[in-house]
Design a protein. Structure first.
Length: 276
């Protein structure tokens, strides 16, 4: 168990969460104040790299939703900030150590599809890693998983189907597609966007894939949701900016957080496919 795992359990009186959530750029208001059990700054957790990007608060918050314990990462670190890729594995292993049964990752992303405009939500069904980085390169952490792990169900269909069902019942339009990761910090070029379209991408961003790789390595099931904040480079005449990303993520915040909270209220954890 990592030092930050022990610290979290110590500070929360051994409160283990059912679900872990990572909030992407511009998503900040997950818990109501009355539902918060404990808030811990990343500065108190030695295994958590410190975010330096606006829109990423840098705290781990334990709370309750409908009698389910939920731990939420308010902000994440990115490879483009200069962090060692392997360091991005540690927060996910902490989430595994403390007992999380499911990880929900969110991100802000650019759309590769004109029919999926800013403000849309997309359930991630697979990814393409064009970042050139993998946090699992190096000595394998055998206590978490094997040297070579399977990624054929990286965004766990058993849980993704439940998410889609919740969205349908709530009349929340939810696209489904493939997320592509670039390293950043610059936005992609129009030529790169065209290449991603050709190989089947639907949205593009600068995060998520490292966390998903590590979670799957540790047998922690994952679902992912992209908040579409803009059309990708070359698809309109507007220049891209991080300010636009934050503003459009904020506009979609209620929709994505309400969807996640309702999913958490209804989720069933037993997955027979994992017992085969």
């Amino acid at each position: 168990m990592l030092p930050s795992s022990k610290k979290f359990l110590e500070l929360t009186n051994n409160n283990s969460p059912d679900v872990a959530v990572i909030l992407g750029s511009g998503l900040t208001n997950f818990f109501e104040e009355k539902d918060i059990i404990k808030s811990i700054s990343y500065e108190q957790l030695e295994d958590f790299p410190q975010p330096t990007v606006k829109g990423h608060a840098g705290k781990l918050v334990l709370g309750s939703i409908n009698n389910k314990k939920v731990v939420c990462m308010y902000g994440r670190s990115h490879i483009y900030e200069g962090h060692n890729p392997q360091s991005l594995a540690l927060p996910i292993r902490v989430l595994k150590d403390i007992g999380s049964k499911l990880l929900i990752v969110t991100n802000a992303a650019g759309s590769l599809d004109e029919n999926m405009p800013a403000g849309s939500l997309m359930a991630i069904k697979d990814h393409i890693n064009w970042s050139g980085f993998n946090p699992l390169i190096g000595t394998n952490a055998e206590e978490y998983g094997p040297r070579f792990h399977d990624m054929s169900d990286g965004y766990h269909k058993f849980y993704r189907d439940q998410l889609i069902n919740v969205a349908n019942k709530s009349n929340q339009k939810l696209f489904e597609g493939i997320y592509c990761m670039y390293s950043g910090p610059n936005f992609e070029t129009p030529a790169e966007i065209n290449a991603l379209k050709v190989i089947g991408g639907n949205a593009v961003g600068m995060s998520t894939v490292p966390e998903v790789l590590v979670a799957n390595h540790a047998s922690l099931p994952v679902i992912g949701i992209s908040v579409i904040t803009n059309l990708a480079a070359g698809m309109n005449k507007t220049k891209l900016s991080h300010q636009e990303t934050l503003e459009n993520a904020s506009l979609a915040e209620n929709n994505v957080l309400n969807l996640i909270k309702q999913f958490i209220r209804e989720v069933q954890f037993d997955d027979p496919s994992r017992n085969n």
